[in-house]
Design a protein around this ligand. Structure first.
Ligand code: FPP
Length: 232
């Protein structure tokens, strides 16, 4: 077990650079996403070994529909294969799958597979693997406000918003990692990351390894989180 102090409980990862990883190697962009899926597996194993409790991966954003159809449906194929090939491992490792985003808009068989895996892993008590698929933070907030409008409460509080977000069952992320050198949040968990620490790695996602994760965690562990309070 990793002995570092102040390990984050919940790490959110904006996986970026799959396309550039592939182009640099004269490969199709989808090859980058395929290698990206292997990196997800690698980082889940690393997180289990290091003692991180929750991992959220930004797998497909509401904006990603603008990409070529081939790439969009290619990503869905990769997610489908990932879920099929990992289901045994998720059970044997006691991993609980969660999903953020309107996954009912995905191809029907994939949506059904997700529903099945959510149900089958719901009582698992190990690592929480939270996949953001067809997810956008603005979309999530609009959905939450509409749900609250339907409830007809005259006034809403933070706790009302929090219980209607996709991530209502999870604590806020402590650390957000974005790969590939880009320094943007790209509509990712905008409400939930109000107090999160941000870490930007230059490495393209398919090349991201346990070593890079450890570097991010070490960097995080040295930071003093103040949540708006004074320096101690
Ligand atoms: C960003 O790289 C990556 C994505 C938009 C898709 C991420 C999807 C996967 C890794 C597929 C597998 C997912 C699961 C859950 C198994 P980019 O294409 O924007 O890279 P670029 O900026 O270099 O073009």
């Amino acid at each position: 077990m990793y002995s570092i102090k102040n390990l984050p409980t919940h790490v959110g990862i904006i996986m970026d650079g799959n396309g550039r990883w592939a182009i640099k190697r004269h490969l199709p962009r989808l090859a980058g996403h395929q290698r990206g899926a292997l990196a997800i597996k690698r980082i889940i194993t690393a997180a289990e070994e290091l003692g991180i409790k929750i991992l959220t991966f930004f797998a497909f954003s509401t904006e990603n529909w603008k990409r070529d159809k081939e790439e969009v449906y290619g990503i869905f194929d990769i997610v489908r294969n990932y879920l099929k090939s990992s289901s045994e491992e998720l059970y044997s490792h006691n991993i609980k799958l969660c999903v953020m985003g309107d996954y009912t808009k995905l191809p029907e068989d994939l949506a059904e597979k997700i529903t099945e895996m959510l149900e089958k892993t719901k009582d698992n008590t190990g690592l929480i693997l939270n996949l953001a698929i067809n997810y956008g933070a603005r979309d999530e907030l609009v959905r939450a406000f509409n749900l609250l409008a339907k409830e007809g409460k005259p006034e809403i509080g933070a706790e009302d918003i929090e219980r209607t977000l996709y991530s209502s069952n999870l604590p806020d992320p402590d650390l957000i990692i974005r790969t590939s050198g880009e320094q943007r949040l790209s509509n990712f968990m905008l409400y939930q990351i109000a107090c999160a620490e941000l870490y930007f790695s230059k490495v393209f996602w398919p090349s991201f390894t346990k070593r890079h994760l450890k570097k991010a965690l070490k960097n995080y562990s040295k930071r003093e989180r103040r949540y708006g309070g004074n320096h101690k």
